[in-house]
Design a protein around this ligand. Structure first.
Ligand code: ACO
Length: 332
């Protein structure tokens, strides 16, 4: 054992300028501000501008996290981007971010993507932690970034109300001491692929009705109610697993930083932890479900406004397509 911990030394986030509110959305599909707010807690979501790519969002969030950490791009040893909406089929968005950040250079640091949909950031954090705790990297940038609006079916009221674009990032440093990632827990169950997926892809071909010579862009499809029920169960289990693994009580957790998919799901996880909502970081109202970006977006907000303080125990969790789910416990 190296005795090293992966400590989060900087956070950053970025949301595209364009806001799409519920009232405007209700002019596009048969829905209402009241329905969306009461069922999901969402008031508005952000939409990336034409030509604004996932790598652009990721780079801006990464720059802010580096600034907070007091590091330069050349100080990084590793870049991981969690995304479901990469710029290109290949190369990885992380390679593009490396170049845009100016972290390309003589070290030729590794850069790769992780695809675990809404759990992507937790998966990426898990991988980065292994590099840092083993001593093979000193500084890592982990980003969750999405332009999910590009794979939303804007005629499907069951899904288009939910998603938005954004990016969040953390800079991790391998350090001795108590602060840092204490444990991560990740899971997947491939039996539920069809409940939540985007159709079409380079291997399976075009979505229905599109030119079969083109891989085409699929749209997010979800059996919302069934996903909802599984998410509540999966998140309840991951919270218990994390506490048990660390021999902790519910009362030891200071902050819950959940995946921002639906306020009702967030509340049920908080209830499982016997936590008041004043200990839960909620940002879903302002950016909807930004998939892999949602946990680091919320984390950045609570760090910057001073809610999360050194010594606090922070529990992050997420659930998404795959199904995938996971958690990360961090002592700040
Ligand atoms: N506006 C008005 N009515 C609507 C809308 C809408 N936008 N969407 C659905 N409805 C209607 C349905 O047609 C249905 O009508 P019916 O009873 O006449 O058939 C009724 O509302 C209830 O529909 P449900 O789907 O049962 O509604 P539910 O309360 O489950 O809310 C929601 C839907 C918000 C999608 C919820 O199921 C949810 O949040 N699911 C989980 C999402 C999630 O966490 N996903 C995981 C992460 S995403 C990822 O990994 C990419």
């Amino acid at each position: 054992m190296s005795g090293l911990r992966a400590r989060i030394i900087g956070t950053g986030s970025y949301l595209p300028e364009r806001r799409l509110g519920n009232v405007e959305l209700a002019k596009m599909v048969d829905t209402s501000d009241e329905w969306i707010k009461s069922r999901t807690g969402i008031s508005e979501r952000r939409i990336a501008a034409e030509g604004e790519l996932t790598s652009d969002l990721a780079t801006k969030a990464g720059q802010k996290a580096l600034e907070k950490a007091g590091l330069a791009p050349k100080d990084l040893d590793l870049i991981i981007v969690a995304t479901t909406t990469p710029d290109l089929i290949f190369p990885a968005t992380a390679s593009i971010v490396q170049k845009k950040l100016g972290a390309d250079g003589p070290k030729n640091i590794p850069a790769f993507d992780i695809q675990a949909v809404c759990t992507g950031f937790i998966y990426a954090l898990t991988v980065a932690e292994k590099f840092l705790a083993s001593g093979s990297c000193k500084h890592a940038l982990v980003v969750g970034a999405e332009t999910f609006s590009r794979i939303v079916d804007w005629e499907d009221r069951g899904t288009c109300i939910l998603f938005g674009d954004g990016a969040g990032a953390v800079v991790l440093s391998a350090e001795q001491g108590d602060a840092g990632i204490i444990s991560t827990h990740i899971h997947a169950d491939g039996n539920y692929v069809d409940l939540l997926r985007a159709s079409g892809g380079p291997s399976s071909g075009a979505p229905d009705g599109q030119d079969p010579r083109l891989p085409g862009l699929g749209a997010a499809q979800m059996r919302g109610n069934e996903v909802y029920k599984r998410a509540v169960v999966g998140l309840g289990q991951i919270v218990d697993e994390t506490l048990e693994a660390n021999n902790l009580q519910k009362s030891d957790i200071d902050w819950l930083v959940p995946h921002q998919a639906n306020l009702r799901i967030i509340k049920s996880t908080a209830k499982r932890l016997s936590m008041g909502m004043d200990q839960v970081v909620v940002t879903v109202d302002r950016h909807g479900n930004t998939s892999a970006a949602s946990v680091p977006l919320a984390l950045d907000e609570a760090v910057r406004d001073g809610r999360i303080q050194p010594g606090h125990m922070v529990l992050m969790e997420a659930f998404g397509g795959g199904f995938t789910w996971g958690s990360a416990l961090v002592r700040w």
